[in-house]
Design a protein around this ligand. Structure first.
Ligand SMILES: [Zn+2]
Length: 241
């Protein structure tokens, strides 16, 4: 008895259509996720800038404390100057005072530099945050649109799914089980055409004897390589001849 492959071909067409819907829905979701991630990355960057600014402010305070210590040291050494006896002690105190003055001068420069860095980090954080606020607003609008689009796609998908389920009821249960298994195992492609003895699922050549059998179509054959169910359609010129 000739087994009817046409129902399997129709089933495959519907399943391909279904996976097309799934892909479209997934793409839409992924686009939103990608945009969300891009915003989150910018927000993290803004956070890093703020942390850096806080660290810099701390080092600013350290520099200031160092400068204040140096000022104290100058006062202390200056008062000691009155008590020293030797020129050697005098020189040593003078040297300390010079060093402390240099520390204060360096600290002033450093503080200016750090202040500039703090301002730059804070400005960058602010700019990123403003950017993110704008992008979040746009993303919220886009999310609404995408959710509507997905809802529409799901409705269309459901109609195809119902058609598919009805059709599947006409296929013997052992055959449908095998079909479903293949569909899962072979990336949504369980039934494929053979063209010029080549399986259109895995693109391997079918042995000549098997190819002849498939062309006769007395029963349903599987690809020896990928196990997909195969069918043959006469080519137009062949049909004419
Ligand atoms: Zn194959």
């Amino acid at each position: 008895m000739k087994e009817d492959i046409s129902v399997l071909i129709a089933l495959q067409e519907l399943d391909t259509e279904l996976s097309g819907f799934d892909r479209k829905i997934e793409e839409q979701k992924q686009e939103l996720t990608a945009r969300e991630q891009a915003i989150a990355e910018k927000e993290a960057l803004a956070g890093q800038c703020k942390e850096k600014a806080v660290e810099l402010e701390q080092s600013q305070r350290d520099i200031k404390a160092g400068s204040e210590d140096a000022a104290e040291r100058i006062k202390d050494r200056q008062s000691k100057m009155m008590q020293v006896q030797t020129s050697r002690e005098h020189q040593a105190l003078l040297k300390e005072i010079e060093e402390a003055k240099k520390t204060i001068k360096d600290a002033e420069e450093q503080q200016l530099q750090v202040l500039e860095q703090v301002e730059a980090e804070e400005a960058q954080a602010k700019e990123l945050e403003n950017l993110c606020t704008g992008e979040r607003k746009l993303l919220a609008e886009e999310t609404g649109k995408v959710e509507k689009a997905i809802e529409g796609l799901n409705k269309q998908r459901l109609a195809v799914q119902e058609k598919r389920d009805q059709l599947a009821q006409n296929v013997p249960s052992s055959r449908i089980k095998r079909y479903n298994k293949l569909l899962k195992k072979r990336e949504g492609l369980a039934v494929v055409q053979v063209i010029d003895a080549v399986c259109q699922g895995c693109f391997m050549t079918i042995p000549p004897q098997k190819y002849n059998d498939i062309r006769l179509g007395e029963q349903i054959y599987s690809c020896p390589t990928c196990q997909r169910t195969l069918y043959y359609l006469p080519e137009p010129e062949e049909a004419d001849a």
